[in-house]
Design a binder for this molecule. Structure first.
Ligand SMILES: [Zn+2]
Length: 630
């Protein structure tokens, strides 16, 4: 018998012995039976061993896991499912915030792993539906969504496994807490396991934070390779020189010495361990201290990572540092950082939304350029945003350049929406030119106008003026991206762009707030036109009329929404700035190309991309079926 065959025979004998011993500890079973996708044996990462030992411990009432993205949580739980099916013959309920997420998880995550696990794959199944799987040995898995209370109410399970619990939304008509309702479905069973997991969301509103707070609160510790002091390292301990993320190291808060990613990994593997909130070292398989009522909680941030890193980075620390740099340089740094805090720090996000610019501060900071005379030198393009009301059309016009946006004009064209005079005045403004210091006469490159109010009238005005003018509509979806689809309206034939106005307003509020770090700044002028300040106290009050709020979308993302409180000033300046920003962002031309086109314009060249001339206002042609117009 060759050595290999011998090993195989030994393994088979061992495996069959295992099957006769159903209470083999989960960690040992997994290492004997699970093969990774590439055929290599399964092994637990150091910080997975203690949670694995707890999952099927009948004396542990609940296991809460708050882990970073990349911790291998899905894999750990999938392997637990395989064990529960093959060895313990349990009935399991898996709840996600919505039913379709459960279906997705079965299809993309769980079933592929079960199929690669021979001892489970060979078990005959008696039911294999989208949300319900049953095996001949009596084990079952039912997928539910927190949005389907009826299905939750009829469940009877040994394991209640709730995932992404921070994305469970509550509605007024709900009868009680859906998570509690789900966990109660193990009542009366001999075995009762409660598993809770999620990325955290917002400080104060996080269900996984609450579960961790009620538990013994274990955190991952390892020794500093320099001073040997065991610590729970934080991603904030990663240090690097700006622009040199590949040199990222960890700086020990105790001894202030730095160490490399290789040293960090070695220390995780050799000295890593959990300590509970009372600093007691946790030994895998031991119960939580008595005062925590059998509730175990684990917090694991990305400093525990020992797996691979993405190929384009030299180390995992490089990868984390690069994502932090990328967030700082992104269009919405605050949002990007919030994602990192949730997914890499595995911490909930502390809202700082009270911090918004104040109208008085913006007034005081105004500049003294005079756009009617000469534009500020760095402006290369001009944008407009307009909002139509019953009695006036509000229009904001701004220039853009490398450092940001310059308010050039804010006007409320007085007149009813159904009066041609109102639209004539808007046309005059649309065709206006501003003088650039280089000699060019610069017009509005693109004007976005809201067509939610009086859609037919607005779109019959925009259609003949395309592409310089574009009708827009706000998306009703929570967390919609800044730009949705561009489509042709079926009844008016005009092009309509769908906008995620909450996302755009969030960017506007960051741009105008001097304390928020963004790639763009906003400038306003104190110049007077037609006897009034274009950007006076009323404009700034309107620009800041709305309040930020946060909500959780169905897919678990935390999204910013805007509310216009009763009694607050009118919000047309904010709406118009939002549309002008969208017009700017919709432009494919780079800043460099814009500068080139501007110089060409000064030399008498016609910009080939300049919006083509459009017809003058002609009521009979521009407004088909214009009854009520004249
Ligand atoms: Zn140290």
């Amino acid at each position: 018998m060759s050595e290999q065959n011998h090993a195989q025979a030994l393994f088979e004998a061992w495996s069959s012995a295992l099957r006769a011993t159903p209470r083999l500890p989960f960690e040992e079973w997994a290492q004997a039976h699970i093969r990774n996708g590439d055929g290599t044996p399964f092994y637990f990462r150091p910080y997975q061993v203690a949670p694995a030992a707890d999952l099927f411990n009948p004396k542990i009432a609940s296991v809460a896991l708050r882990a970073y993205s990349g911790a291998g949580k899905t894999y750990l739980f999938s392997v637990a499912y395989a064990f529960a099916i093959e060895q313990l013959k349990l009935k399991i309920g898996k709840m996600f915030p919505a039913e379709n997420l459960s279906a997705d998880w079965f299809f993309k995550k769980l079933m592929p792993i079960l199929k690669e696990t021979p001892v489970v794959a060979s078990l005959p199944m008696v039911k294999d539906n989208v949300l319900f799987k049953a095996w001949e040995n009596g084990s079952e898995i039912t997928g539910v969504g927190a949005n389907s209370a009826g299905r939750i109410r009829t469940l009877e399970v040994d394991v209640a496994d709730a995932d992404e619990i921070d994305a469970i939304t509550s509605e007024i008509r709900d009868e009680g807490d859906k998570l509690q309702m789900f966990l109660r479905r193990t009542r009366g069973r001999k075995r009762q396991h409660h598993w809770l997991a999620s990325y955290p969301s917002i400080v104060g509103g996080s269900k996984i934070d609450a579960a961790i707070d009620q538990s013994d609160g274990c955190a991952w510790f390892y020794e500093c390779p320099k001073c040997n002091e065991p610590q729970s390292f934080h991603p904030k301990d990663i240090v690097w020189t700006s622009g040199k993320a590949h040199e990222a190291q960890v700086e020990c808060p105790e001894c202030s010495k730095t160490f490399s990613d290789k040293e960090r990994k070695e220390s995780v593997l050799q000295t890593g361990h959990f300590r509970d909130r009372d600093d007691k070292i946790i030994v895998a398989g031991e119960l939580p201290s008595e005062q925590y009522g059998g509730r175990r909680g684990y917090h694991i941030n990305c400093m525990a990572h020992v797996g691979d890193h993405a190929d384009k980075f030299v180390s995992y620390l490089h990868e984390v540092a690069a994502s932090a740099e990328q967030a700082d340089n992104s269009e919405n740094p605050k949002k990007a950082r919030r994602v990192l805090i949730n997914t890499l720090w595995a911490e909930s996000y502390e809202e700082e939304y009270e911090e918004k610019a104040d109208p008085e501060g913006l007034m005081a900071d105004r500049d003294d350029y005079d756009p009617a005379g000469l534009l500020p030198e760095e402006i290369t393009r001009i944008w407009g945003g307009a909002d139509v009301n019953g009695k006036f059309i509000a229009v904001f016009i701004m220039g853009s350049g490398p450092s940001g946006f310059y308010g050039l004009n804010y006007t409320e064209i007085q007149g009813r929406w159904d009066s041609p005079q109102t639209w004539k005045a808007l046309d005059r403004l649309r065709r206006r030119k501003w003088k650039h210091p280089n000699g060019a006469q610069l017009g509005i490159r693109r004007l976005f106008i809201d067509s939610r109010f009086q859609k037919n009238t607005v779109q019959s005005w925009t259609k003949p003026r395309q592409p310089q003018v574009m009708a827009v509509m706000g998306s009703p979806a929570l967390g919609a991206p800044a730009f949705g689809s561009k489509r042709k309206d079926a009844s008016t034939g005009a092009n309509v762009m769908t906008l995620g106005v909450d996302e755009l307003k969030d960017q506007v509020y960051d741009i105008i707030d001097k304390d928020t770090d963004t790639p763009f700044s906003a400038y306003f002028t104190d110049a007077i036109e037609d006897g009034v300040e274009m950007f006076g106290s009323e404009f700034f009050a309107g620009l800041l009329a709305e309040e930020r709020d946060t909500k959780r979308a169905r897919d678990g993302r935390v999204v910013t929404t805007f509310v216009h409180p009763a009694g607050a000033p009118r919000n047309e300046p904010l709406d118009c700035f939002t549309y002008a920003l969208a017009a700017f962002k919709s432009d494919k031309r780079t800043e460099e190309a814009a500068k080139k086109a501007l110089d060409g314009l000064a030399n008498g060249q016609v910009d080939p991309e300049q919006p083509r001339p459009v017809r003058q206002y002609q009521p009979t042609r521009g407004f088909q079926g214009g009854k009520g117009w004249l």
